[in-house]
Design a protein around this ligand. Structure first.
Ligand code: ZN
Length: 527
């Protein structure tokens, strides 16, 4: 019986063979195969856990080998694989006769704690033809998220005897049977997926009904969500920009199977998957603080984990007070915006994580925040305002198709009652996404927001009248070619929201209004 652990490397990782050799001699434990300090400490944890679980720790010379030796092993998730290998080698639990991947961190009592990276390990196991996994109970749903995985939950090392019997049962059966039958202990605490989802949507995102008035903001959000267009929200502090960005994620359709798997893997690698979670189906919303470390936002570094920009994969990444973020962090967004992944150079190798998100930048209109605010005085000079906006960086801002000034809601807007609810708006968005999905079938992109420059003519072609309106407006606003492309993509989305085949001049008018801010000195609607 070969016991495997798993070492994540970037988005993927490697199965690690754990072998134990026992010989007569002075009792000792040697650990070889590039273990880091956390893995080395496992020797003491395993010794205590084995004893406290009713087994004997072998009083012999013990060699534990982790292979391949060239891969550096980190973290405590190897504890369980090593403990099982020791128990098998010393004949205290039977050899099941086929390979098993075991993941879990041991407490001294023998209890097993949940670990990060279970889903990537299951994926790696299945790719290598190993369908048998032993995982901490809190990771069980995650481990069973992929078809073909026969995963069993373990609460403590003392379960090993029961577990090997169960594994033998599965291994000898022709079929694994319904996957939920594999667990022979009450699940406890599992709720229905549907119920989970409703709970998350109302608590995590909030509802659009909470946004009173703000009609142009609401409209811009609907368009942005329908076509997955990146968005800039600017306006004085306290007008609800953050509140809006959070609700934008709630407007997005559920993740498709591919994105759900990728998003769940990334959360698993970062140790950010909620306990007892299966596949993540709702788009994530991430909002890192501008004071957070570049490692935390971009990923990699010493923690060797995906960062916020990868955790936002499939969902919304909000950079609140965007101009306050470090220039290198803002720069690092260019690669994911362009290619949908981020590459991080580490000391020993280069890793890459998927990172495709809708970017929402939110910022004040000027350093003091008062520009455009009624009854307030902005003391910033035009130069200061220009420098402030420059911090966002032209190349980054260039990729933002929709730029919306957000003003405080007036008294009549506040008294207008609740706005349209997220669920209703989402229906229109889903319908528009279905049209896009059909149009872009078989292509590497499937939303208007990602039409590459080379596809603009084909997918955003204009009739004669619309073309005349477009040219006139583009000349009047002296739009760059990037700005023209952005406008056409957004116009396509506006037409899709109406299920209109052709882009009409009214779609173009609206798209221009959503793109005019942020270039040159157009930072605020001059009254
Ligand atoms: Zn100001």
């Amino acid at each position: 019986m070969v016991v495997y652990g798993f070492e994540p490397i970037g988005f993927e990782g490697e199965l690690v063979t754990v072998e134990v050799d026992l010989r007569r001699g002075i009792p000792s434990v040697d650990l070889v195969g590039l273990p880091d300090s956390a893995v080395k400490e496992a020797r003491e944890r395993i010794r205590a856990a084995i004893r406290n679980s009713g087994f004997q720790f072998p009083l012999e010379r013990m060699l534990i080998s982790l292979a391949p030796a060239g891969v550096r092993k980190g973290g405590a998730s190897f504890d369980l694989a090593m403990a099982i290998a020791v128990l098998v080698a010393s004949g205290q639990i039977p050899d099941v006769g086929f390979p098993v991947v075991a993941l879990g961190e041991l407490e001294l009592s023998g209890r097993i704690r949940p670990v990060a990276g279970v889903l990537p390990a299951v994926s790696a196991g299945l790719r290598s033809g190993i369908p048998y996994f032993v995982v901490p109970r809190a990771n069980l749903r995650e481990a069973r998220a992929l078809a073909g995985s026969a995963a069993l939950a373990i609460d403590g090392l003392s379960d090993c005897v029961r577990l090997t019997a169960a594994l033998r049962g599965i291994g000898s059966a022709e079929e694994f049977g319904p996957r939920d039958d594999l667990e022979n202990q009450p699940a406890g605490g599992f709720s229905q997926p549907g119920a989970d989802q409703a709970f998350r949507e109302t608590t995590e995102y909030g509802d659009m009904a909470d946004i009173r008035g703000q009609f142009s903001l609401r409209r811009a959000m609907e368009i942005s969500a329908a076509g997955a267009h990146h968005m800039l929200l600017f306006g004085p502090p306290g007008v609800g920009k953050t509140m809006a960005a959070r609700r934008l994620a709630g407007l997005l359709p559920d993740l498709d199977d591919d994105d759900a798997l990728v998003a769940t893997m990334l959360h698993s690698l970062a140790g950010a998957l909620p306990e007892r979670s299966g596949l993540l189906r709702r788009p994530p919303f991430r909002s890192p603080h501008h004071g957070a470390s570049a490692e935390g936002i971009v990923g990699g570094g010493r923690c060797r984990k995906p960062g916020e920009i990868s955790l936002a994969h499939g969902g919304v990444l909000l950079l609140d007070e965007a101009a306050e973020f470090r220039a290198d962090v803002l720069q690092s967004l260019r690669e994911p915006l362009e290619d949908g992944h981020v590459t991080i150079a580490r000391a020993d190798r280069v890793v890459s994580y998927p990172s495709r998100f809708m970017l929402v930048l939110s910022c004040n209109p000027c350093p003091c925040g008062n520009l455009g605010r009624r009854g307030a005085v902005c003391l910033c000079s035009p130069d200061e305002i220009r420098r402030y906006w420059k911090r966002l960086g032209g190349p980054l801002l260039d990729r933002i198709d929709i730029r919306v000034p957000v003003k405080p809601a007036g008294p009549s807007e506040l008294a207008s009652g609740p706005g349209e609810a997220s669920a209703t708006i989402k229906q229109r968005i889903v319908a528009a996404r279905i049209l896009q999905g059909r149009r872009y079938e078989g292509l590497p992109f499937h939303v208007n927001g990602r039409i590459p420059a080379s596809g603009i003519d084909k997918f955003c072609g204009l009739g004669e009248q619309a073309a005349a309106v477009f040219v006139e407006k583009a000349e009047h606003e002296s739009f760059s070619s990037r700005a023209c492309h952005a406008t056409l993509r957004v116009a396509r989305t506006i037409a899709d929201l109406e299920s209109a085949q052709a882009i009409e001049s009214r779609h173009i008018d609206e798209a221009f209004a959503l793109r005019k801010y942020g270039d040159d000195d157009v930072f605020w609607l001059i009254p």
